[in-house]
Design a protein around this ligand. Structure first.
Ligand code: ZN
Length: 323
């Protein structure tokens, strides 16, 4: 597995600027492919020489990125496959609640709350249905994909088809969820400032995203599923995320590390099957996915537990309060 240490090569300095501080960046990993969706091309990971922030390069323009999402993202938006049907059934079951206690709650699906909730990037409203059981009484979402938004509206939720930067709600929110969203943004600082703008004073943002200090990054090298080039633009550590939350007007109240078995399974599958320019359909094979999830959760679990405690879990969960 560990054939390519992730930060083995330090090469050229590029003209590109750090998304966080504008500093000069250096390439630490090159020749990354899209090992999920087969987007043609190759990318690199750049690290800022000033603040240490890591980002995927070359950083695309917003219009280029939007075009890539439309053409390649989410396995063509497929919804009615065995994989998606099993996932849907599992997520709404009580077994899933138990599972989040063992495996970690990457989507904040077991976290209670109350008042008004905004799910940023709510997709078809699957999570909104789960949040509705946890004490929230007004649940709304933002989703730029009109088809997905329509599905969520049919389930009874108010969903706005715009980006958070263009969103001015009539009433502010108690909680905003950024579940695997912030790392996709070309301007995470602006995104957090916009989230702050739509929160009540004392409101909270709940963030989950990959941890670039994960031991799995080093174990899998270029195959690490969370490089997710070119769609993951930013790669946060607990430190860079905390700093950004501070700078954008949040008090960070809680950070936790978890290593979801699904993510470990996906790194394993990508490592075994991914080929440049080809969708890795094995990531949508429910039997393969379950097999590797079981391996991660029931065989590799002491390692996962230990690395979470050492700050090298695969996923960061942060809850921060608006100052
Ligand atoms: Zn920087």
């Amino acid at each position: 597995m560990a054939n390519q240490p992730a930060n083995a090569r330090i090469s050229n300095t590029y003209e590109a600027a750090c998304l966080m501080c504008g500093g000069e960046v250096r390439t630490i990993i090159s020749d990354l492919i899209d090992n999920r969706l087969g987007t043609p091309g190759s990318w690199r990971i750049d690290r800022c020489t000033i603040c240490g922030f890591e980002q995927t390069g070359p950083v695309p323009s917003q219009s280029k990125l939007t075009a890539l999402y439309e053409k390649h993202y989410n396995f063509g938006g497929q919804t009615d496959t065995l994989y998606t049907r099993l996932r849907e059934r599992f997520l709404l079951s009580s077994i899933y609640r138990l599972w989040t206690r063992i495996d970690g709650d990457v989507g904040f699906h077991s976290r209670p709350g109350h008042g008004r909730l905004l799910d940023v990037g709510c997709n078809e409203g699957r999570s909104l249905r789960i949040f509705a059981r946890n004490g929230f009484d007004q649940l709304e979402g933002l989703e730029v994909n009109e088809n997905a938004a329509a599905v969520a509206r049919r389930a009874g939720f108010a969903v706005y088809t715009c980006l958070i930067e263009d969103f001015s709600p009539a009433n502010l929110y108690d909680v905003a969820i950024l579940s695997n969203v912030l790392e996709h943004s070309l301007d995470p600082r602006k995104m957090l400032m916009d989230v702050r703008r739509v929160l009540k004073p004392g409101g909270q943002v709940w963030i989950s995203l990959p941890n670039n200090q994960s031991w799995l990054r080093h174990a899998f090298g270029r195959s690490w599923i969370n490089w997710h080039a070119p769609f993951h633009v930013s790669h946060f550590s607990a430190g860079t995320l905390s700093k950004l939350l501070d700078e954008t007007g949040f008090n960070q109240t809680q950070v936790q590390q978890i290593s979801p078995a699904l993510w470990v399974a996906q790194s394993m599958i990508a490592h075994l099957f991914a080929k440049q320019g080809t969708k890795t359909w094995q990531l949508r094979n429910p039997f393969l996915t379950l097999l590797f999830m079981a391996l991660a959760r029931f065989v590799v679990f002491p390692k996962l537990w230990l690395e979470n405690r050492r700050g090298r879990g695969d996923c960061l969960l942060a809850v921060a309060t608006r100052t």
